[in-house]
Design a protein around this ligand. Structure first.
Ligand code: UDP
Length: 309
């Protein structure tokens, strides 16, 4: 296959590029490097099956030659990133999705949208099945990301229904691993950086809110299976092992061999109180489930950060 990955210089995009190249496919990455980085893909440049185009996918996308799949992964994705770049976040979710869908239609390619558990907002149902419509504040600080992704899902389904484009929508839950930016503001990179420096771990609120962390290799395997499937509807991919943020912080302190303490800070506006994927659909239809334990995944991520990322 010849695949295009928008946002392919980001955390998830670069792991996907690596995965598909290793399977013998050709990969083109488009990225404007707003939150992505060439350092994530520099090791791929020597591969003749790899191409990089620096471009903003909110503008017209021109890619010569055939394409079998368009994977739209471009977007700021951490709460502080989309707070810094609210308008680019809305534009890449809305205009970028429209451009990427148009390209997939033109090439007769499968389109995959990187959607998110944020479409469920601050959920009133836990765990969240794909049938749950969510509880999103459209005008809050997270609304720029949540609503852009909800619009992107609507646009994706419209292209499927009106133009017959084969579509895959992966609703990605919290994922962690090597190549996260240490300053992206998310819990795992913050806690690891703080623990390695012996600084206090910043817990927002009382740390009783929950998240369910999926190691990046499990996520990539799920995405590859979904792409090969024929499910033209959203599928949750994430790890259902739900923990409080405080427990996650304590595990990181232990695994880093750190003596850091916890420092409690104000809870950000609209911070979801719980989050856990219902993965019954992925299990049944894709035969997928996560395999990397939190301890193993955190060890690998800590090694990456320790090595001076
Ligand atoms: N969080 C925290 N301390 C930090 C960073 C995040 O307590 O230094 C909390 C945050 O308030 C949220 C959870 O950890 O409840 C996960 O935050 P993250 O930014 O990783 O992603 P989210 O799941 O909110 O998109």
């Amino acid at each position: 296959m010849r695949l295009l990955i928008t946002g392919g210089a980001g955390f998830l995009g670069s792991h996907l590029a690596e995965h598909f190249l290793a399977e013998g496919h050709k990969v083109i990455v488009i990225d404007n490097l707003l939150t992505g980085s060439l350092a994530n893909i520099s090791h791929l440049f020597a591969n003749p099956d790899f191409n990089f185009i620096k471009a903003d996918v909110t503008n017209f996308i021109h890619v010569p030659g055939k394409l079998d799949a368009v994977l739209h992964f471009a977007s700021p994705a951490s709460p502080i990133d989309y707070a810094h770049f609210p308008i680019p976040t809305l534009k890449v979710g809305a205009l970028g999705t429209h451009k990427a869908l148009g390209l997939a239609k033109d090439k007769g390619a499968v389109f995959m949208l990187a959607s998110t558990s944020e479409v469920y907002g601050d959920p009133r149902v836990n765990p969240q099945p794909e049938t749950y419509w969510g509880n999103v504040n459209p005008i809050g600080p997270r609304g720029v990301y949540d609503e852009a992704k909800r619009f992107a899902e609507a646009m994706t389904m419209a292209y499927h229904r009106c133009h017959g484009v084969p579509v895959r929508i992966v609703r990605i839950f919290n994922t962690y691993g090597p190549r996260m930016r240490k300053n992206d503001g998310r819990a795992v990179p913050n806690f690891i950086t703080q623990a390695l420096k012996g600084r206090p771990l910043t817990i927002y609120g009382r740390g009783r809110q929950t998240r369910s962390l999926c190691y990046v290799s499990d996520l990539v395997r799920g995405i590859a299976l979904l792409l090969k499937s024929s499910i033209n509807a959203p599928v949750n991919i994430g790890n259902p092992h739900e923990l409080t943020i405080r427990r996650i912080a304590e595990a990181i302190i232990r695994l880093c061999g750190s003596r850091s303490r916890l420092a409690f800070k104000p809870l950000p506006v609209d911070d979801p109180k719980v989050r856990r994927p219902d993965i019954a659909l992925a299990r049944a239809k894709l035969g997928w489930k996560p395999e990397v334990s939190l301890e193993e995944g955190l060890r690998r991520t800590i090694d990456y950060f320790r090595a001076g990322a």
